[in-house]
Write a protein that binds this ligand. Sequence first.
Ligand code: ZN
Length: 331
Amino acid sequence: MAERLAEDLWRLDIPLVGNPLKNLNSYLLTGERSLLIDTGFRQQSCREAMERQLAETHVDRDRLDIFCTHLHSDHTGLAPELIRPGCRIYIGEIDSPGVKNASDPSCWKRLYGEYVRDGFTQAEMEALWGDNPAQTAAPPWREGLYTELQDGAALHYGGRMLRCVLTPGHTPGHLCLYDPARRRLFCGDHVLFHITPNICRWQGVEDSLGDYLSSLDRTAALDTAELYPAHRAETGDLRQRTAELKAHHARRLEDTLRTVEKAPGLTAYQIAGRMRWSIRCRNWADFPLAQKFFAVGEALAHLDHLEAQRRVFRQEIHGKRVYFAGVGDKI
Ligand SMILES: [Zn+2]
C-alpha cells in the first residue's frame, strides 16, 4: 500500500522478487505537476505494485514526470511504459549512455569478456548470460526518451526547488535530489541502511570507490533532516551512516590488501573468494553466480582503490589479471 509520508510525499513499496535488495522505495512528490523518483524492474510484480499504488495516490498521470537516480534497471525499468505523452523521464547525463548500453548485447559481451580476464570461467559467464536482471529487466532505449541532467540542475515541483547532486560511486553518474527548503535528500542507492550500497568497478572509471568516498563527503556536508533511500524501510542520520559506510570500506580495503599480501598472484575472482561476505553460504563455490558477479565487481573496486593508493599493482599473466602488493609497473 502507498504510504503517505507528508502532505506532498508518498512512498510506494515495490517488491523486487527473488532479489536480495528485497524492495525498491519509489517516492512520489505531488503538486501541480508530480515527480516519481525511481520505478522498479520491468517485471510484472513491479508493474502491478506500481500501478496499484499510483492509483491509491490519485496522482494525475498526465502531469507526472519521472526521475531516475541512476541507470540500474531496478530504478529505470518501468519508466518508459509509465510515462505519458508530454511528460519527461530525467536521468543524469553520465548514466544516460549506460541505459542505452544495457539493452545492447555487445556491451554485455565486452563486459563479460573483461570478467573472464579477472578470473571467471567462460562457462560461468555463459551461464550468467540472459540470467542477469540488469540485462533482462532493463528499460528499452530510444532517441529522445530521456532528458539528461547535469550536476547542480534545478527541478521545480509544486512550488519547491530540487537540486541534483552528482554522487558517483555506486554508478558513474548517480544523482541524489536535494530539497534545501525542507532539508530532504532523496539519496537513491548512494546511502542505504541495513545494507551497504554495492560499489563495483565500471569500465572507463579508474577508481569507483575513491569517487564514492568523495561523494559521501559531498552529501554529508548538506544540511539534511530527512533522508529517503531507495531500498528497505530503514532510514536514519546521514552523517552517522556516512561514518559507518566509510569505516566499512576502510575495513574492506585492509581485508583486500591482507589477502593480496598473503597470497600474491591471485585474480580478483580468487581474491573475492577469500574475502568475508555477509551472504549466508558455506563457501565461495556455493555462492550463487549472480552474487559472485557483484562480489568480484566489489573486490575489483577495492583493488582499483588500493592501486590508486599505490598499495597493490596488477600484471596480466596468461590472459588473466593478477595482483601483487606494493608498487609495480602498471599494465
Ligand atoms: Zn543501484
